[in-house]
Design a protein around this ligand. Structure first.
Ligand SMILES: [Zn+2]
Length: 497
């Protein structure tokens, strides 16, 4: 990394960032956009292909009706208008993972356009204007072999897997987002997080960023404060985690500010985000739309959804995320601050699922925001990527409430579950973690602790109950943590009263 960066606050004092976010969503239809091939993730390379998605001569595409329906539901959920008539277009360019040398996409006739969504960051609402949501197909996947980094640079050869070629995509494009100031990175992250929640509640995508079923390209430009003319933007590609979105934008704002303030010009280009190093590097110079020579796709009929169909789909929309969060906060009885921590930690879904599995909201919140958040953070992953499920967390909490384990032992159980040692109760058994409920053993340990520290014992007899801490500690140590501290305390006070 050799970029000069300006301090973030200083950059904001001089410039106004303007965001533009392009989010690609892979739909979870069973078959591809224009053929009947399976879209199952993770199959053997090139086993899910046919003449259509391989672009062989004479093959003809047919639109996937389910994908069109998903596109319209997404558009409606984004507050968009649904086009009464629209077409696909060919976007012409060469790329080895694109069989036809063009991508079937939509250009000036998107199926959904002109919407907006409202998101909230730190108690402030931001309206995100949506320009369009259009349908297109995914490309295949290149695997670069022989290099150290898996990138094309230094690779000996490349392999192509066409299983993904033709998988339905929806691209959701915002209009320029102004006025977010120093919150720009957080607003972008909150918007993508909002989309993820919304798409999940619509049931149209797996929205797994790490598998690429939700991908974000983050555009940002700067304009001198007080001006209104947009500056030249850069587009940072395929930022594949929520955290990376805000980090990549923060970096670009600082980089562009340094270039502009030293009299330089921003080059319109795509840039790559390096998650490990925390910086962006230049990719290709960005093409203009006219470079793609778009023209209407002659092999596909136009799409003209009837008003009745659109209205029927509107009726299938689920509760929108903003209403859902308000409802959950009320149901769970959390303060704004407690609930804000849940939102900031992207823990709403896992906590909801944990509560659904029988845990109290407070205990679900505690595990996901402390022990599990810490482990996710250390591993640089999302909570949902941890190898523990909400059902397992609820089972863990049940063991705590039954007195089988205490909180401290529960953390060891979590460690075991994450290490693949099985369900919480299995980990308790195999690691021998249960709290000792044998009262004889506990009483003996208490008696030994009293005998070993007669001074402390005498203080307790004299009514200085705070002296019990040392003795409880000694008993817990002897029991290797496998005792219920409250029971130990009760037993001690009983013995010494
Ligand atoms: Zn196919």
């Amino acid at each position: 990394m050799t970029d000069e960066l300006m301090d973030f606050r200083e950059a904001l004092a001089k410039y106004d960032p303007v965001l533009g976010l392009e989010v690609h969503v892979e739909l979870n239809t069973n078959s591809k956009m224009f053929c009947g091939c399976s879209t199952e993730f993770g199959a053997e390379p090139n086993t899910q292909t046919c003449p259509v998605c391989l672009g062989l001569p004479g093959s003809l595409p047919v639109v996937n009706g389910k994908a069109v329906e998903s596109a319209m539901r997404i558009g409606l959920a984004l507050g968009c208008q649904i086009a009464p008539w629209c077409r696909f277009a060919r976007k012409n360019y060469f790329y080895p993972d694109m069989t036809k040398d063009f991508q079937t996409s939509q250009y000036d006739e998107p199926i959904a356009f002109d919407g907006s969504v409202t998101i909230e960051v730190d108690g402030v609402e931001y309206v995100i204007p949506i320009e369009r949501a259009h349908m297109e197909e995914d490309a295949g996947k290149l695997l670069h072999v022989g290099g150290a980094t898996g990138r094309i640079q230094g690779a000996e050869y490349s392999l192509i897997d066409y299983n993904r070629a033709g998988v339905p995509l929806i691209e959701i494009v915002t209009k320029p987002i102004r006025g977010t100031r120093e919150k720009a990175p957080e607003v972008a992250k909150a918007y993508v997080s909002f989309l993820r929640d919304m798409l999940r509640s619509l049931g149209v995508s797996d929205v797994r960023m790490e598998q690429g079923s939700l991908r974000c390209d983050a555009n940002v430009s700067l304009m001198p404060r007080g001006e209104t003319e947009l500056g030249t933007r850069t587009e940072t590609k395929n930022v594949n985690s929520l955290r990376s979105i805000s980090e990549a934008l923060r970096y670009e704002i600082q980089r562009q500010a340094a270039v502009l303030s030293s009299g330089g010009r921003i080059v319109q280009e795509t840039r790559h985000w390096h998650e490990d190093g925390g910086y962006t590097s230049p990719g290709r110079n960005k093409e203009q739309a006219e470079d793609y020579r778009y023209f209407p796709e002659p092999d596909l009929v136009p799409i003209a959804p009837s008003p009745e169909w659109v209205e029927a789909l509107r009726g299938t929309l689920p509760e929108m995320p903003s209403l859902r969060t308000k409802r959950l906060q009320a149901d769970w009885g959390f303060t704004d601050r407690e609930f804000g921590d849940i939102m900031a930690g992207s823990a709403l879904d896992v906590i909801e699922d944990t509560v659904a599995a029988g845990a109290s909201p407070a205990s679900a919140r505690k595990w996901w925001l402390t022990e599990l958040a810490r482990r996710a953070n250390e591993a640089g992953r999302e909570l949902t990527d941890l190898a523990i499920t909400p059902v397992q967390v609820a089972a863990l909490q049940k063991l705590v409430e039954a007195g089988t384990i205490n909180d401290k032992l529960a953390r060891q159980v979590i460690e075991g579950v994450l290490a693949g040692e099985g369900e919480p109760d299995e980990v308790v058994r195999s690691r021998g973690l249960a709290v000792v409920s044998d009262s004889g053993a506990l009483e003996a340990a208490v008696d030994r602790a009293i005998a070993a520290d007669p001074d402390a014992a005498q203080k307790i007899r004299d009514g200085k109950v705070q002296a019990a801490g040392a003795l409880i500690g000694a008993v817990m140590k002897e029991m290797r943590g496998q005792a219920d501290a409250a029971a130990v305390r009760a037993l001690l006070l009983e013995r010494l009263s």
